[in-house]
Structures are given as C-alpha cells and as structure tokens.
Design a protein around this ligand. Structure first.
Ligand SMILES: *Cc1c(COP(=O)(O)O)cnc(C)c1O
Length: 394
C-alpha cells in the first residue's frame, strides 16, 4: 500500500531535499494546476461548471491528492469511470458531486448511493437498483443518462433515450439530473462530426426539457467549440496542462514531470554493444549514463533507442533496448556527468522541454497513454513554490 500524506499545513521540505536520494520520481506542480483551473474557468466563462475528470488515478497524477487540490481550486464536480474510483475520491475527502461516466452493475448501487455518487444509468435494471438503494436510505439519488450520438461506445441508443429517461423519472427516490454524450472526433483535424452528434443530442434534449444539466465536451471540444459547452465541461487533459491536438493555444502549464538520477556512468569502447540484444554500438568511444526507470515504471519500451532525456539542460539520446527497470542514455557530449545528477524524462529542464505530446509521438501513442501508464513504484511528489506538500508512494 502506498503511504499517503495529506496536504499538511507545513511543507515537508524542499523538492531538492526530498529527491536527492530517490532514484526516480514524479513531480506534480500544484501551482500549475491552479493556473490551469483558473485558465479554463476564464475561458469557458460564467455559468458553466468545470467537471474534473480524474479517472485512471487522475491520469497517473494520484487522484487522492489531486482531487482534493482541484476541489480547493474551485472545480464544481468530478468524474471518474469506475464506481470504485468514485468511492476512493470520497475516501480522499472529496465533498462535491462525483459522476461515474462508465458502466455500473445494479450491485454497485447501494455503496454508490451511500457515498452520494451519481451513476450514469443505462438500463431499467440499474434504475430499479438505484431507486431501491435510495429509498432504503431515505434519500434521493441523482443519475445521468448518456446518449450514444455516434461514438458507438457507451450510452443508450438515440431511439431508446427518451423512453429510458421517462421510465427513470417515474421511479421513486430517483432524480434524473443529467443528460450527456461524448464526441468521437473532438481533437481530429476535422471535427465537423461533432456538429452531427450535437444535433442528435440537442434533439433528445428538446424532448426531455425537464433534465436540467447537460454536458458533452471534453478538453478538446471545450477549447474549440464554445457552442457545445452546455452546463459543464469535462476536463482531463486540459487540467494536466496539455494542449489537445487541433485546438487554439490556451496558455496551459503542464503539471506533471518525470525525473530520475544517474545511477552509473561508464565508458563503452567502439565495437561493444549496449543493453539486451546489443542493439546500439557506438562508432567512437562513448560515455553512457544508466537511468533507473523502465517499462516496469510505465516508461514505454518503444522509446528505447528512439527517445531523449535531458541532463544538464541538454538532450541526450536514449540508446539500446529499454529494460523493465532501467535504460541507457548517451552522455558522450557531457563529460562531467556523474552519479546522482538529475535527469528529466518528461517536463522542463533549463531552457528545453520534453513535452507529453513529443514523448507520446516518439513512443507511437498519445499523451493520455503516457500519463495513464505511470506505475505506483514512482513516488508522486506534490509541490507548491518548490516546497513539497505531499508524497504518495515509496
Ligand atoms: C476521459 C473522458 C473525458 C476527459 O477527456 P480529456 O480529453 O482528457 O479532457 C471526458 N469525457 C469522457 C466521457 C471521458 O471518458
């Protein structure tokens, strides 16, 4: 079990002090988080809620610290995908409404209702279970209905949405608060399919005028389509400070960096090979640094021999096969590198930056995947003004 230190009144120490004897760690900049909340707040304007999407451990940033920080920064609601993720948020002290965007079983209803969680209700069977659980507790449970307007992933079909909504409305203890959908092409170069999805959504919404809370936009849609923001926008990537593809620049600041310390420096003579399979052979005498991070930490194996790290503000190529716990970087151009020097795998160092967008492109994936892959072995270190406020993990 990771040990959690909830945000104390007094900082735990400087970022430097808490990382000098750690092999590798994740830094989360809570000042940047506040900045991103404020930026998105002013961008979407008054009367539209910010719904922080903190599924998959807040995209690797550690939901138990990030969600309370987001609540303190003023986001109105939270969204996750699993009912169990919602319960974890309550256990972490989140008090604002929490919506489960994904599938729930009827058996999930009692615990969810006891914790005042809003489930997305996709069937009469789930509706009955929620209604029963609410009546048993003497409360009213809010639910949202998700309409499948073209993604063909989750939700109810267009031709069944109105009937389901009306049936749920008649169930005691049940309050159908929300109507939602999700866009298929939000960050594609051409997102005109969102217009068709919105037309389908708006048609259902018109037939159900008594449902008072509507939401359709993720980060990309919220940034490029002000007409689809409705009552709230569901923000994941934007709160992480990553600009989604094909959206107008919003001045967001990345919150998450991955860093490590040099574990060994060694010389490799020409003719020798490096790491499993000996896939990298220096032509000239080379110096290499051992980086104590691997795919066991969620650092993508496909970055081996392709990606870069920053050491002393300089880009150093990753060389040879990336292993479960470590990889090699070519530091021939940096003769003074030694054990313990700081390495940036993701984030800014000096004047250079390895962005999630760049790293993802090199790894053949997308920024969400880079974040969601980050494993529990990497400690999460949270800071404000370089003073550490919380640590999760080893
Ligand atoms: C993950 C998710 C979001 C957040 O998407 P971002 O692009 O990270 O902002 C919004 N809505 C749904 C339904 C999701 O699954």
């Amino acid at each position: 079990m990771p040990t959690a230190t909830s945000t104390p009144a007094k900082p735990l120490g400087s970022l430097r002090d808490l990382t000098t004897s750690r092999n590798a760690w994740i830094e989360i900049d809570l000042d940047a988080l506040d900045h991103n909340v404020a930026t998105m707040r002013s961008l979407v304007g008054p009367g539209i809620e910010l719904i922080a999407v903190v599924k998959a451990n807040a995209y690797g940033a550690g939901a138990e610290v990030l969600a309370p920080a987001l609540e303190a920064a003023g986001v109105e609601r939270f969204a996750v995908v699993w009912p169990a993720e919602a319960l974890n948020l309550r256990a972490a002290g989140v008090t604002r409404p929490i919506l489960v965007l994904g599938h729930a079983f009827p058996a999930d209803a009692p615990a969810a209702i006891a914790a005042n969680i809003t489930l997305t209700c996709h069937s009469l069977a789930l509706g009955h279970a929620i209604s029963e659980a609410a009546l048993a507790r003497g409360t009213t449970a809010t639910v949202h209905i998700k309409v499948d307007t073209g993604l063909h992933r989750f939700g109810v079909n267009l031709d069944q949405a109105v009937a389901l909504a009306q049936a749920l409305r008649s169930m005691p203890g049940l309050d159908v608060e929300g109507l939602t959908t999700h866009m298929a092409n939000a960050d594609e170069p051409d997102d005109s399919f969102s217009e068709l999805q919105d037309q389908r959504f708006a048609h259902i919404a018109e037939l159900l005028p008594w449902i008072r809370y509507r939401h359709t936009a993720n980060s990309a849609t919220a940034l490029r389509r002000d007409e689809f923001r409705y009552d709230g926008v569901r923000l994941g990537l934007a709160l992480h400070g990553i600009q989604p593809a094909n959206t107008p620049p919003a001045g967001l600041r990345p919150i998450l960096s991955v860093r490590a310390r040099v574990a060994r420096v060694s010389d490799v003579p020409p003719g020798e090979g490096v790491s499993y399979g000996l896939r990298w052979h220096p032509r000239d005498p080379a110096r290499v640094a051992l980086v104590p991070v691997g795919y066991g930490d969620g650092w993508r194996r496909s970055l081996g021999n392709e990606g870069h790290v920053l050491i002393a503000g300089r880009r150093c190529p990753m060389v040879g096969t990336l292993c479960m716990d470590q990889f090699i970087a070519d530091v021939t151009a940096l003769p003074s590198v030694s054990e313990g020097d700081e390495i940036t795998l993701l984030g800014r160092q000096g004047d250079d930056e390895l962005s999630a967008t760049e790293v993802a492109a090199v790894a053949g994936t997308i920024p969400w995947d880079i974040f969601a892959s980050l494993q529990a072995r990497l400690p999460r270190i949270y800071h404000r003004h370089h003073e550490v406020t919380a640590v999760i993990g080893p």
